[in-house]
Design a protein. Sequence first.
Length: 188
Amino acid sequence: MCSSGSPLSPHLLPLSAGPGGPMRTSVDVHNYLQGIEMPHEIFLLERPAKTAERAAALLGLHPSEIVKVVVFMVDDKPLAVLLPGNRRVNYARLKKHAGTKNVRLASHAELLELTDYPIGATPPVALKEDVPVCLDEALERAEILYTAAGELNAILKVRCRDLVSNLGAKLAPLCKEQAEAEASPPPS
């Protein structure tokens, strides 16, 4: 897999917002990152940014500068994949990296149960459940990453090296090639 999943994993936030309880917010993300002394900024946008393209437009960035957090179920265990906002996961590469053919997107219900964040606002840190994290190798070239911060109008800005080292995340070739991503829809 991509990062070790253990009860003491650094990106796990021990809060108790269970089913029907309060949703987590960007404040939880900020407090968690402060607690591990990881430099970061959180921007609150005037309007919700439900997609990487929308977030990029609101921040004046190219979609490739926004990082999507996509949660997959790999052998019925969660895996968060971070990838550039203008790219899609190549399922064959993900299956090869995970060492299994049993890979699918997490359902909305699973995502809410695993994270307690709104759909479209899942950050890579401060999750309810211990979720291993893997970054597409294209992100290695980025010094700064912009990603969801727990609310649809909140963006987290962090250094890539800080995120990788604090999450114990691995880099792997997981995305479709650029032309392939633009030409093909995601699998159903």
